[in-house]
Design a protein around this ligand. Structure first.
Ligand code: HDC
Length: 278
C-alpha cells in the first residue's frame, strides 16, 4: 500500500478553518481553543486530504489538460469517527475512481480515505473534478452510481423548512486558501481571467463549508454531506441556504442572492441524530 500523505494539525488549523467559513469572535467554541466546547466545523474533514499526493497526474488521464480550465464539480464527505479531532496527525490515501467524457469536458472522480494514527478511517472524501476542454476522447459519458455520493437529492415541492443567508467577505478566498488549496484561480486575476472569470472565484469547498455550517446550526451534526457545485460564487456575494428536512436527511440548495443563480444543487446531508459529540 502507498505511504499516504500526512497532515499534522492542532487548534491553529481548526480555528483558521472555522474563521474561513465565517466564524465570528463571539462563536467561542469555533475560535477559542480554551472554550470547553471547542470544535471544528463539521466539514473540516475536507481539509486533511486536500493536496495529498495523487497516484496519477491529470495530464496522464485526460487530453488537453489545462489547470486554468479545472473546476470543482462535486464533493461527498463522510465522517466515519466522532468526535472530529482538533489536533493530531492524519494520513490520506487517494485513489482514482473513474474518468467520464462529457463531450465538452472531462469529469474525473477520485476517492480518498483519511486515517488517524490508530489506522481508523476518520474521513472519506469523493471528489469530482470538471475539466473544461478535456472531453471528446471517446470515454463513457456517465459516472457510476455511488449511492449518497451521486444522489440527485431533488428538493420537495413545499417551501424550505429553514433558510439561512450569509454574506461572504471580499477577502473570503484569500483567507480560505490558507487551508491548503492554493489554486491561483481563487487569488490571481490573470489566472482566473483565462479561466473565464472576471475576478478570482471562491473555492467550492469554502461555500460547501458555509452551507454545512448553516445545516449544523439549524439541524445539528451530520455524518455525511454531498453537493454539486452548480455555479460559481464571487467573494463578497451573499449565499442563501434553503433546507428541507426529510427524515434523517436534510436536502439543501444554495443560491447567490445578488444574481439569483444556483451555487449548490443536488445536495443533502445525513443527520447524526442524538448521540456522540461532534
Ligand atoms: O456547473 C458549472 C459550474 O460553473 N459550476 C460551478 C463550479 C465551481 O464554481 N466550483 C467551485 C470553484 S472551482 C474550485 O474550487 C477548484 C479547486 O481549487 C480545485 C478542486 C480540485 C478537487 C480535486 C481533488 C482531487 C459547470 C461549468 C461545472 C458545468 O456547467 P455546464 O458546462 O453548463 O454543464 P452542463 O451542460 O449543465 O452539463 C454537462 C454535463 O456535465 C454534468 N455536470 C454539470 N455540472 C456538473 C456536472 N458534473 C459534475 N459536476 C458538476 N458541477 C451534467 O450532468 C452533464 O452531464 P450529462 O449530460 O451526462 O447529464
Amino acid at each position: 500500500e502507498a505511504a499516504g500523505t500526512a497532515y499534522e494539525f492542532d487548534d491553529k488549523e481548526v480555528i483558521l478553518y472555522n474563521l474561513s467559513l465565517g466564524a465570528k469572535k463571539s462563536d467561542l467554541k469555533w475560535v477559542y481553543e480554551g472554550n470547553e466546547n471547542f470544535e471544528a466545523l463539521p466539514t473540516f474533514g475536507v481539509v486533511p486530504y486536500f493536496g495529498s499526493e495523487l497516484p496519477f497526474t491529470f495530464d496522464e488521464i485526460v487530453p488537453n489538460f489545462n489547470p486554468m480550465m479545472l473546476l470543482h464539480g462535486e464533493q461527498f464527505l463522510e465522517i466515519k469517527k466522532f468526535p472530529i479531532p482538533t489536533s493530531g496527525t492524519l494520513t490520506s490515501y487517494p485513489s482514482l475512481v473513474e474518468v467520464a467524457d462529457k463531450g465538452a469536458a472531462a469529469v474525473v472522480v477520485t476517492r480518498c480515505e483519511t486515517r488517524d494514527s490508530k489506522g481508523d478511517v476518520v474521513f472519506v472524501n469523493e471528489s469530482t473534478t470538471f475539466i473544461r476542454g478535456s472531453g471528446g476522447f471517446g470515454g463513457s459519458s456517465k459516472v457510476t452510481d455511488r449511492g449518497a455520493a451521486t444522489a440527485a437529492n431533488k428538493p420537495p415541492a413545499r417551501k424550505p423548512d429553514a433558510v439561512v443567508e450569509e454574506k461572504t467577505s471580499e477577502d473570503q478566498a484569500a483567507l480560505y486558501r490558507l487551508n491548503g488549496d492554493r489554486n491561483p484561480l481563487h487569488i490571481d486575476p490573470e489566472f482566473s481571467k483565462v479561466g473565464g472569470f472576471k475576478i478570482p472565484i471562491l473555492h467550492g469547498l469554502c461555500f460547501l463549508g458555509i452551507a454545512g455550517k448553516h445545516i449544523y446550526q439549524t439541524f445539528g451534526a451530520f455524518k455525511n454531506l454531498k453537493v454539486r457545485f452548480a455555479g460559481v460564487v464571487l467573494p463578497g456575494q451573499t449565499l442563501r441556504t434553503e433546507m428541507w428536512k426529510e427524515g434523517n436527511r436534510v436536502i439543501f440548495q444554495v443560491t447567490v442572492v445578488e444574481t439569483g443563480k444556483p451555487a449548490i444543487q443536488a445536495a443533502a446531508a445525513e443527520l447524526l441524530g442524538p448521540g456522540p459529540k461532534l
